[in-house]
Design a protein around this ligand. Structure first.
Ligand code: LLP
Length: 385
């Protein structure tokens, strides 16, 4: 978003005009930002034979998905509904990797029928898959992040250990037994380390563990390092350098190739890195009230449309579109739901008055896709610019 002659502009459009045209609340996505992020990702890993499966849970807007298809990305899906949507958009079933957990096995069977690839994260599914298909259906195996990062400083907080996803270290031998028993063809190994990767050695460490396991499974032809790369949500945020992440992969991969003569493809499934910065949620201020020493701006969105501040204390930058050059005031921004619904507290913004338009930035990932109709409010409109 750029301030040009006192007016905020987004992708060449006047932001006030967009709100007038489409109403508020309104999700806007800037296509060029998505293209830029896809290019950055590709460039960083260009030294490797790699494939990107976009994690569509981050943003499953149809136009965004069509763009990802145009950019030749595959899909990381987590439900049969995501799979159906991706197929409708035109993704080939082989470009879709399905990572289910807790869903009935029937959902996996439907995915198999549609020709989608499966990523298996527990022994129960692995056994059922083997029994039902006797090795006719290949899969990838998802391992627990604790297996990958046992020595991480974050162990102290149990971050990696607490994850409930993936096959744990103490279950690998049982997994290998089931694979052998049912003659299951394991084509890939997968880990999703966390959803806010900051440590640039994570990918290298993950690759080393997956490659160790790949030595025992000659059918493996890809390792999948998941998503979780965090773009900067605000300027001073710590965020990993993609080149450093890529560099951490060189040694373990070279070592594997030299030892085994096998060269594996690298798969990634970024969500937020590709779409977070593209998204802006526009909202109108309808009430200004004072309560003690707090000044509160009441806006026409809330955690039904952007849950991240409420759920994770996530910080999203906010701009006052209507008064870009006003004097700075501290203000709380609260949503319109029937309960505590703070979107931001004690923000310094150019003076906010009733009728002003606010923009909540970096809302392109897990914004609309986590929205609900709480308080019977309809979902907001979305526009791709
Ligand atoms: N792959 C797997 C297996 C995942 O579970 C996820 C995210 C991704 C890829 C994509 O991760 P990303 O690159 O977007 O970080 N609602 C939360 C995030 C939950 C993510 C769950 N899994 C948020 O608003 O931050």
């Amino acid at each position: 978003m750029q301030l040009i002659d006192g007016h905020w502009q987004l992708a060449g459009h006047d932001v006030e005009d967009l709100a007038d045209q489409h109403g508020t609340p309104l999700y806007l996505y800037d296509e060029q930002t998505i293209r830029r992020q896809v290019k950055r990702f590709r460039d960083a890993f260009s030294a490797f034979d790699h494939r990107i499966h976009y994690a569509m849970k981050a943003n499953s807007n149809r136009d965004v998905l069509s763009l990802m298809k145009k950019l030749d990305l595959g899909i990381d899906a987590v439900s049969i509904h995501e799979i159906r949507l991706a197929l409708e958009i035109g993704f080939d079933s082989h470009e879709i990797l399905f990572t289910p957990n807790g869903v009935p096995f029937d959902e996996l069977e439907q995915a198999i029928e549609l020709g989608v690839r499966l990523n298996i994260e527990n022994l129960s599914y692995l056994d059922k898959l083997g029994e039902a298909y006797q090795g006719d259906v290949p899969c990838t195996l998802r391992v627990h992040p604790g297996l990958v990062m046992p020595g991480s400083p974050r162990d102290a907080t149990g971050w990696y250990q607490r994850s409930r996803f993936g096959i744990g270290g103490d279950q690998i031998s049982e997994a290998l037994r089931l694979i052998e028993l049912h003659q299951i063809r394991v084509e890939g190994l997968h880990v999703h380390s966390s959803s806010m990767i900051l440590d640039e050695q994570v990918f290298g460490a993950a690759a080393a563990v997956l490659l160790d396991l790949a030595r025992k499974l000659p059918s493996v032809r890809a390792i999948d390092l998941g998503g979780g790369i965090r773009p900067p949500y605000r300027a001073e945020d710590d965020h990993p350098d993609l080149d450093a992440l890529a560099l951490s992969l060189t040694k373990p991969l070279e070592q594997f190739e030299n030892e085994t003569g096998r060269s594996l493809q690298l798969w990634f499934e970024p969500g937020r890195y590709l779409v977070a910065e593209s998204g802006t949620l526009l909202t109108r201020v309808h009430v200004i009230k004072q309560l003690g020493d707090r000044i509160i701006a009441g806006v026409d969105t809330g955690f039904h449309q952007l849950l991240r501040p409420k759920l994770y204390d996530a910080w999203h930058e906010i701009r006052n579109i209507s008064n870009p050059e006003g004097s700075q005031h501290l203000i709380d921004i609260s949503g319109c739901l029937c309960e505590e619904d703070d979107l931001a507290l004690q923000r310094s913004l150019p003076e906010v008055r009733e009728g002003h338009l606010l923009a909540i930035l970096n809302a392109g990932a897990y914004g609309y896709s986590m929205a609900s109709t709480y308080n019977s409010r309809p979902l907001p409109a979305e526009v791709v610019l």
